[in-house]
Write a protein that binds this ligand. Structure first.
Ligand code: PLP
Length: 488
């Protein structure tokens, strides 16, 4: 019995079972997309009740039909549909159809990227994909990189390399072996005040603490203010602190703003600092013929975070960290007799675990391999450019409205704004109205949008990753928000 239904093998019955279960799943998933709405599930308390169960692990297995039934009643209808035109809350994209095929393939074969003997062709493909990415972002022959679980892990990797490189290059200290040097409480990492919180998380995990992160103010356009950065670095250096690294953001999470990399690079050179580029959001811009120049200078970073599960529209997880000087990745190498023997490498067996902070690791590079070939430069340019043009259109539209305020012109594809109800422009009342708008949109209209705070005030946010969205959709959405705002 097990022989027939446990795995996909060369056994004909197991193949039939694979087709049956995957086939049923495809039908059920497709049916769950009958509605155009982003969310039609209940509010949190009712949802909790709905999924409560007495026995997740029953005494006897229920069989596939019953489980499929449970999926159809409890899970599938309550999913958020990320491909909906009514979903624009976060940097969280729908997955393109061909990349979902990639997920099926990579899960079925379940290769693990740590060693060549767990992922022969997958290893070689990841190496090729990384090579292509390095070139795409302007890195030279000496570069390398590795896929990670997401932007947070890519940032963690980049900042760890920054710390280790700094200790090795500037302090002649072997941190891998000896741990943090005694002066590590003086280490300083500079990043803009609106950069991603994974920078601080990393500082904590690296034993440097939140206090090692210096938050540099942003200008009107929400970019790191270079003069402030220079002043802060100078002041720290003068007072005996050790400027280790700058994290420069290409596409801040809320605003999509891009920090001035060229000036930052010069400063880093002057103070022998490492420069990490967080392009978790903005990396997709490289594919837009029209807008790619916005990333000019990204190759000046010593490492770059690239997220494919944001603008690139690939299923979670899919991210990479690219490193300008591949030697720095040696900081992640540690030998194990059972995994990555030195003699393997000499004989051409690549063990990618040497470059990664993970051991068992998904073959996410396959999704990039598939979708790059499938859509090509022109296909990708159209997708990315469209979402950026949508943001520009929506910004222009809102600017003309007396009852809306917009924070700043979009650099990439997000627009941060608020509805200002007549006579309630004092702030707090308007804050409350905007919060209510977002909640009502979810539960009354099936529309999911973002919310954040800027300049002390509650803001609404459209993160426009979906190229299917039209100008009419955006106009309509503005009308819905206005009508709701007026009704409170
Ligand atoms: C999303 C994001 C991250 C974190 O990436 P995950 O893939 O969510 O871990 C880091 N930096 C920026 C600027 C981001 O927008």
């Amino acid at each position: 019995m097990l022989e027939n239904n446990l795995f996909l093998t060369d056994n004909p019955e197991s193949k039939a079972e694979y087709r049956r279960i995957i086939g049923d799943t495809v039908s059920a998933v497709v049916e769950a997309f009958d509605s155009p709405k982003a969310y039609e599930g209940p509010e949190p308390f009712r949802l909790k009740k709905l999924v409560e169960m007495e026995q997740l692990l029953p005494d006897h297995g229920l069989g596939w039909e019953k489980v499929l039934d449970n999926l159809k009643t409890v899970v599938l209808p309550n999913f958020l549909r990320t491909s909906s035109r009514d979903y624009m809350a976060h940097l969280h994209s729908p997955g393109t159809i061909e990349s979902i095929a990639g997920e099926l393939i990579l899960s079925t074969f379940n290769q693990s990227m740590d060693s060549w003997d767990q992922s022969p062709v997958a290893t070689e493909i990841e190496v090729q994909v990384v090579k292509c990415l390095c070139k795409m972002f302007g890195y030279g022959e000496n570069s390398d990189g590795v896929f990670t679980s997401g932007g947070s892990q890519s940032n963690f990797s980049g900042i760890t390399l920054a710390r280790d490189w700094y200790c090795s290059a500037n302090l002649n200290h072997d941190i891998q072996k000896k741990g943090l040097p005694s002066c590590s409480s003086k280490f300083r990492i500079y990043t803009s005040e609106i950069s991603h919180f994974s920078v601080e998380k990393t500082a904590h995990l690296l034993g440097l603490g939140y206090d090692s992160v210096v938050k540099v103010p942003v200008n009107e356009k929400q970019q790191m203010d270079f003069d402030s950065l220079e002043r802060l670095v100078k002041k720290d250096a003068a007072s005996g602190n050790l400027p280790v690294c700058v994290v420069c953001t290409f596409g801040t999470t809320d605003f999509g703003s891009i920090d001035p990399v060229e000036k930052i690079r010069k400063l880093c050179d002057e103070y022998k600092m490492y420069l990490h580029g967080d392009a978790a959001y903005g990396s997709g811009v490289i594919l837009s013929e029209k807008y790619r120049e916005k990333l000019a200078g990204i190759e000046l970073c010593d490492s770059i975070t690239v997220d494919f599960h944001k603008m690139f529209l690939l299923p979670i997880s899919c991210s990479a960290v690219l490193v300008k000087d591949k030697k720095n990745l040696d900081f992640f190498t540690i030998r194990a007799d059972y995994l990555n023997r030195e003699e393997d490498e000499e004989d051409g067996y690549t063990n990618l675990v040497d470059k990664s902070i993970q051991t068992t690791r998904r073959f996410d590079a396959l999704k990039v391999w598939i979708s790059f070939q499938m859509r090509g430069k022109d296909g990708w340019s159209e997708i990315i450019t469209k979402s950026m043009e949508n943001a520009r259109y929506f910004y222009g539209l809102l600017k003309e409205q007396p009852d809306f305020e917009v924070v700043t012109e979009p650099e990439i594809s997000s627009v941060v704004f608020r509805f200002v109800p007549e006579g309630k422009s004092d702030g707090e009342e308007a804050d409350a109205v905007n919060k209510k708008i977002r909640r009502s949109l979810i539960h009354e209209k099936g529309i999911v949008i973002g919310q954040t705070v800027c300049r002390g005030r509650v803001q609404l946010k459209f993160t426009l990753l979906n190229p299917l969205l039209s100008r009419e959709n955006l106009e309509e959405m503005m009308g819905v928000i206005r009508a709701l705002g007026k009704s409170f």
